[in-house]
Design a protein around this ligand. Sequence first.
Ligand code: AMP
Length: 224
Amino acid sequence: MNANGLGLHIVFTGAPGCGKGTQARILKEKIDIPHLSTGEMLRAEAAKGTPLGLQIKELIDGGNLVPDEMIIKMLSERIDQDDCKNGFILDGFPRTLPQAEVLDDMLVKKGIKLDAVIEIQVPDEIIMERILGRYSCMTCGAGYHDKFQKPKVYGVCDVCGGTDFYRRVDDNRATVQNRLVNYRALTYPTIPFFEKKGLLRCVDGTGTIEATAKKVSDLLGIAK
Ligand code: AMP
């Protein structure tokens, strides 16, 4: 594996709210390869308000997964784009065993080898507290939390100075419970799949964002 990040192909996995999106964004800043979040791709499609978008929105808002075929096609096209030629960080994919199997096949066909699948481990009680308190800047997307990560000045984004914020529609107690049920039933089986391939690396995600980021950098051999 290249310690400068060149050619790195990483998957972040773990329960909703474990911090995989946050860690993927931090890693992207460090090694400058694209962060591919299937959740963000789907939310962008949903926001278009097309018939497909509305169908996706209903599934996301209910805490359910979108059909494998739909997301696989979207991801495969994204990986083929030029900016992914030096690697990518997958966040939120694969989320089912069929997705993991298709990813495996797809990467073999594209001549790409995964370097690591990083599972961020966080217990359910912590997850609920994290998800229910999180929100983002409407302008630049920077993430905040009611308790753990407040902006330095109340109501003003630290990064861009924006003053409008939003919470995800699926970040409510009932939907999070359904997302956790779906995680255990549908996504968790991908963990032994990657473990058998010798790709699984587990990181304790209960500490601060910085502490978890350091663990991720250490295990990838990134010296910053
Ligand atoms: P996330 O932003 O990763 O929490 O994803 C938000 C929502 O998008 C999920 O709850 C699913 O409804 C949908 N989603 C994201 N990634 C996938 C995927 N790989 N397969 C199916 N649905 C997905």
